[in-house]
Design a protein around this ligand. Sequence first.
Ligand code: NAP
Length: 326
Amino acid sequence: MDNQALPFRKLGNSDVSISALGLGCWQFSKGNGMVGKFWPSMKQEDINEIIKICYEGGINWFDTAEAYGKGQSEEALGDALNELGAEDALVATKWWPLLRTAKNIPRTIDQRLQALKGRKIDLYQVHQPYSFSSAEKEMNAMADLLEEGKIGHAGVSNFNAASMRKAHEALQKRGFQLSSNQVKYSLLDRRIEENGILEAAREIGATIIAYSPLEQGILSGKFHRQPELLKNLSGPRKHFSQFKGKALAKSLPLIDLLEKLGEEYGVKPGQVALNWLIRYHGDTVVAIPGASKLRHAKENIGTLRFSLSDAHMEEIDAMSKKVTKG
Ligand SMILES: NC(=O)c1ccc[n+]([C@@H]2O[C@H](COP(=O)([O-])OP(=O)(O)OC[C@H]3O[C@@H](n4cnc5c(N)ncnc54)[C@H](OP(=O)(O)O)[C@@H]3O)[C@@H](O)[C@H]2O)c1
């Protein structure tokens, strides 16, 4: 592995510098609430350690949400950053829109700030597009918070290209910009390249925040090489089609390639997958792998310290397209 400078990106059109990898904090939901039950509950000591490893390894921002354990993940993150004294670490969280109107955004912002234990909200995202209010109304509520200084930047998540543009226009009318769209994107899920989301992000100048960038662990190769791990999966993943034998057989040639290149660079297959993701589209895409073990965090930050050659980037691109489309 060569020792390169850590890649940093601007968040949207702002002056804020974010590391090309952030840490996804859904795993820190402590088994609370419907969304939080996806992952097994983790001890706060382990969460503290993972956040420390990431922060000291060059990650300067952390993505959480109200829905992750009904605030438990936000609290765990706030506690860990405060204990670490990581004053300069940036926090992205999300408002949950389902069965709510935009009026709920100002109504609940103080709860979010409280859950974060006094940390600032550097990026506030609308978690998904399903809501009783329009994107315009939601962005107007976000603009109010921006004017009051309660949040640093506004973003969305799981919005399609048309809704992204509407959100951006609404913010622009108030003198702000849409900073980001957080969407599912990995070597095994290239839909944003074809459905206009990536194009809209480039046009607007918004950052794409890639979630599930390791396809929830599949791109580490562990489920291909140790299929017995599939039996131990405790959450909904065991029912997901991509974790079934047929899908794993289809993605195997990609895992083989990631492993082969990993050997050349002295890194792990998951690191190759993440490295591709944060470089292939220039500065537009950043990624937020989650970690439930210390070794994941250690491994994932290693992604920031090497670069794949152009030829290898193209080879991975071609294989990824082959296994996702073929
Ligand atoms: N906006 C949204 O709607 C949305 C949706 C999903 C996720 N997200 C965000 O994106 C973040 C990441 O997405 P994700 O958690 O769905 O998927 P991911 O980052 O692709 O996968 C994380 C999981 O992969 C495994 N893993 C991670 N690093 C590994 C390594 N180095 N070696 C082996 N296995 C490794 C772990 O699984 P095990 O725990 O089983 O070991 C970990 O829990 C979340 O934490 C959340 O912040 C947002």
